[in-house]
Design a binder for this molecule. Structure first.
Ligand SMILES: *[C@@H]1O[C@H](CO)[C@@H](O)[C@H](O)[C@H]1NC(C)=O
Ligand SMILES: *[C@@H]1O[C@H](CO)[C@@H](O)[C@H](O)[C@H]1NC(C)=O
Ligand SMILES: *[C@@H]1O[C@H](CO)[C@@H](O)[C@H](O)[C@H]1NC(C)=O
Length: 318
């Protein structure tokens, strides 16, 4: 057995002396464990070397002498020193194709595109599952190893360009890293996945802007909304919308405070009909009135037709 091993090793030495570059050699009695991705029988180790050179993933190999078996590794001892362990039946050989060598422009060892392609190669050797971090690579200037930082984040897919997006036909798609955004083209409104033409009511309305409309305002002058009629938007000091829960009476500068008894619509809901209740006595809905509401994306507009009496008012909040 001992004789057999030493003969095999001589052959290996000889072969590597011819075939490999000067700093390639077998390290006897050592192996790289846990990184073998392929095994093949071969009576001479030079075939292992060829097989390794032919496989992009192969960075080194172990030769199991007794079984004449090549174990192709997808890492080197430099990359995984913790897995480089003694093993009396094997020897270890680093691939003589140098990682990244082909991509490297002459005289520039800090060129980022070279690092990038090196990282790409490492990523490929890990099936695209490589984690971001520092990796050992060979440097052809020193013949030694160098450390590079690789960003292994998944390649961004341009969903917009590839058509793999669900933006509405009236929306624009914007690619982002790892995702995409849809936004409705004007004059459409919506979330980008559904878009509707901007309703004309969203452009033809009157404004209610008084700070005394707010539900936080008490009753100073007992104002009545009996005569307002049309599409209205709450804005400025009045806030942005009607409250959707019952405010106290004697608020928003009137006796009976009006509030929307129901939810505001989404853009896709279009124009909806809701009830406005007026709080008086112990009844949150002593009087009521129908209103129409439209979500214009950035604001709401309400179709208001006076009040059932006085003094009642349509209140607002921020
Ligand atoms: C590298 O080898 C290890 C051990 O066999 C394996 O878990 C890993 O998936 C391999 N990677 C590739 C790309 O073959
Ligand atoms: C209108 O509805 C959309 C959902 O369709 C919502 O994101 C938006 O906030 C609403 N507009 C307002 C002013 O609340
Ligand atoms: C509304 O208030 C008026 C005046 O206080 C009262 O006469 C009437 O009964 C109330 N109606 C309801 C439905 O509560």
């Amino acid at each position: 057995m001992r004789f057999f091993i030493s003969v095999t090793l001589c052959i290996a030495y000889e072969i590597f002396a011819q075939e490999c570059k000067k700093d390639e050699h077998a390290i006897f009695g050592m192996m790289l464990r846990r990184h073998t991705f392929k095994k093949l029988k071969s009576s001479i180790a030079v075939e292992c070397n060829r097989a390794c050179n032919d496989d992009f993933r192969c960075h080194s190999f172990n030769y199991l002498i007794t079984e004449k078996l090549c174990e192709l590794n997808n890492r080197t001892k430099e990359a995984r020193p913790e897995n480089f362990v003694p093993n009396s039946e094997r020897y270890y050989v680093r691939s003589n194709k140098k990682r990244g060598e082909f991509h490297r422009p002459k005289g520039l060892n800090t060129d980022s595109s070279w690092f990038h392609s090196t990282c790409e190669e490492i990523k490929a050797s890990e099936d695209g599952k490589a984690k971001s971090g520092e990796y050992w690579i060979y440097s052809i200037i020193t013949g030694k190893t160098a450390l590079v930082s690789c960003d292994m984040e998944p390649e961004d897919i341009d969903e917009c360009a590839s058509g793999v997006h669900n933006c509405h036909s009236s929306a624009s798609c914007t690619n982002t890293v790892g995702s995409f955004k849809c936004s409705c083209n004007q004059p459409h409104i919506g979330n980008g996945r559904s878009c509707i033409p901007l309703p004309s009511e969203c452009q033809n309305y009157q404004s209610l802007t008084g700070s005394d409309r707010k539900i936080t305002y008490g009753n100073q002058n007992t104002v009545c909304d009996r005569s307002i009629h049309g599409w209205y938007r709450f804005e400025g000091a009045a806030g942005t919308r009607m409250p959707t829960s019952c405010p106290p009476k004697q608020r928003c500068n009137t006796h009976a405070s009006g509030w929307l008894n129901g939810a505001h619509p989404t853009v896709a809901d279009g124009q909806v009909t809701r009830t406005v209740c007026f709080h008086w006595g112990s009844n949150c809905c002593n009087w009521s009135r129908s209103v129409n509401v439209i979500n214009c994306s950035d604001y709401y507009v309400y179709y208001i037709t006076g009040t059932p009496g006085c003094s009642l008012r349509y209140c607002s909040r921020d």
